[in-house]
Design a protein around this ligand. Structure first.
Ligand code: AHR
Length: 492
């Protein structure tokens, strides 16, 4: 038997816009995240455009990626931008942050070429850790100056006469850890010093982002929102989802049991409380809501296994649910969360795409991002869930159904649903105040196994299927399969 859950959406009272940048992505120079996974160079046999893989770029285009954060991460705080401009064969190679040799084939110009092909905006992260105010100021000038500047002329000589457009610029990364083990007060002063000297023509000045705390640590948000008023548009927070209870035992990407299914989902749902905690602090110091909470690293992080390390992990149906549950939380906080970037785009942590030489597979997370494209820049809609099911295993209980609704740019009402229960389907009765709906049509992503995933041998194991439902007797009821993500447009 299935349970009956009721969802009421109020289309007559649209709420804040869900910025498209909530669907941003993070691409770090780490492992095969860029080299091999996206960049193969012009001499490769793998079909490419100026070095970027055609298959990967083509697949990413379908996600309408709005924003890409680059080059790190921890990598950012050891990156020297001058190593990555000028003729490629003259660029130095260095061991950048001890994790991988950096050949500097991908630098500023190559990155902007990628995001131009994707139609995405740039979120560049600068080096506080091992850089200097001068080096960072020069990079910002190099990218944004529109003439009359030696660095603009150098950029032109390197092949790009017109300035690059930098939407966001991050001043350092994880300063509490890999970025330098600093204290928030000290960083607040450092930030002011850096920000003061980052010069760009008025209309192309990037929005500056301060690097905040880890997870539930609101001390950084407290200090930075008090000290940096008017100097930052956002404070970043990083929060990863693990299956286990400790960082040493994060859990496996595949082959897990149901206890790690529910623990992963329960852990990821903590994102809601995390945002509330940080927002409470922001509300205290920034009631005008000028400072956003930028969750510029989130997603699953499992134990490294096998020959491919450097944060390579497989990606299963469980990751699809993690992504969708986080989207619903971000939508609910649209007013304070104007941007997030999932970690990461390709071959690293919760990736959209995995590659192995010339082969490529799309992950369940990829398909989730694709299904949610209509939520980009949509107006969020108030939604109430009645008689929700719950899903319990051992001492853990989480809500059975998670839902989010929006009024999209195409004028349609979209409803996204997650059923966390791996065993039971659920019937959801939907009514919409302020709009007539008699049908639902869209996509559902599910599979028989909790860890269903695509491999290079079997790349089509899990992908979205078409879904539709029609009202009967004036009632629209949607049956959501067990362990599924669904996005439907509600139609007359
Ligand atoms: O995303 C991987 C790493 O996680 C990033 O480099 C760092 O910022 C975080 O600790």
């Amino acid at each position: 038997a299935t349970n009956q859950v009721s969802i009421s959406i109020d289309a007559s009272r649209p709420g804040p816009v869900i910025s498209k940048n909530v669907y941003g992505q993070f691409a770090e120079q780490l492992g095969t995240g860029i080299y091999g996974g996206m960049w193969v160079g012009t001499k490769s046999n793998i079909p490419n455009t100026r070095g970027w893989r055609n298959d990967v770029v083509g697949a990413l285009k379908a996600l309408h990626v709005p924003l890409v954060r680059w080059p790190g991460g921890c990598f950012a705080d050891t990156y020297h931008w001058r190593d990555g401009v000028g003729p490629q064969d003259k660029r130095p190679s260095n061991i950048s942050d001890g994790r991988v040799e950096e050949i500097n084939a991908v630098g500023t110009h190559e990155f902007f070429d990628l995001i131009d092909m994707l139609g995405a905006d740039a979120y560049i992260n600068g080096n506080v850790g091992t850089g200097s105010v001068q080096e960072m100021a020069d990079w910002v000038e190099y990218m944004t100056a529109d003439g009359g500047s030696p660095l603009a002329r150098l950029r032109a000589r390197n092949g790009h006469a017109k300035p690059f457009k930098v939407a966001y610029f991050g001043i350092g990364n994880e300063l509490w850890g890999c970025g330098g083990n600093l204290k928030p007060d000290y960083y607040a002063n450092l930030y002011s010093n850096y920000e003061n000297f980052l010069r760009a023509p008025g209309n192309s000045r990037p929005k500056m982002i301060a690097s905040g705390g880890s997870g539930f640590d609101t001390a950084w948000t407290d200090v930075l929102s008090k000290e940096l008023k008017g100097r930052t548009v956002g404070i970043s927070v990083h929060q990863y989802t693990i299956a286990g209870t400790t960082w040493e035992g994060k859990g496996k990407d595949l082959g897990f049991k149901e206890d790690e299914w529910i623990s992963t989902l329960a852990n990821t749902l903590k994102m809601d409380q995390l945002i509330k905690d940080h927002v409470a602090v922001l509300d205290k110091h920034d009631p005008e809501k000028k400072i956003g909470l930028m969750i510029d690293e989130w997603g699953t992080w499992y134990d490294e296994a096998g020959a491919r390390s450097a944060l390579y992990q497989q990606n299963s149906l469980r990751d699809a649910l993690v992504a969708a549950l986080n989207f619903h939380i971000f939508h609910a906080h649209a007013e304070r969360v104007p941007m997030t970037t999932i970690a990461q785009m390709v071959n690293v942590l919760q990736a959209m795409i995995l590659t192995d030489n010339e082969k490529m597979v799309l992950t369940p997370t990829y398909y989730t991002f694709q299904m949610y494209v209509p939520f980009q820049d949509a107006r969020s809609l108030p939604l109430a869930i009645k008689d929700n099911t719950s899903y319990t295993l051992g001492a853990t209980t989480i809500p059975g159904v998670s839902a989010s609704a929006s009024l999209a740019k195409d004028g349609k009402v979209y409803l996204a649903l997650v059923n966390t229960d791996p065993h039971k389907a659920v019937d959801v009765a939907v009514d919409v105040a302020g709009a007539k709906v008699n049908a639902a049509a869209g996509k559902v992503l599910t599979s028989a196994a909790m860890d269903a995933h695509n491999t290079f041998q079997n790349p089509q194991v899990i992908k979205p299927a078409a879904f539709s439902a029609r009202a009967a007797g004036g009632k629209l009821s949607i049956k959501v399969p067990a362990k599924a993500v669904m996005v439907v447009a509600l139609e007359e």
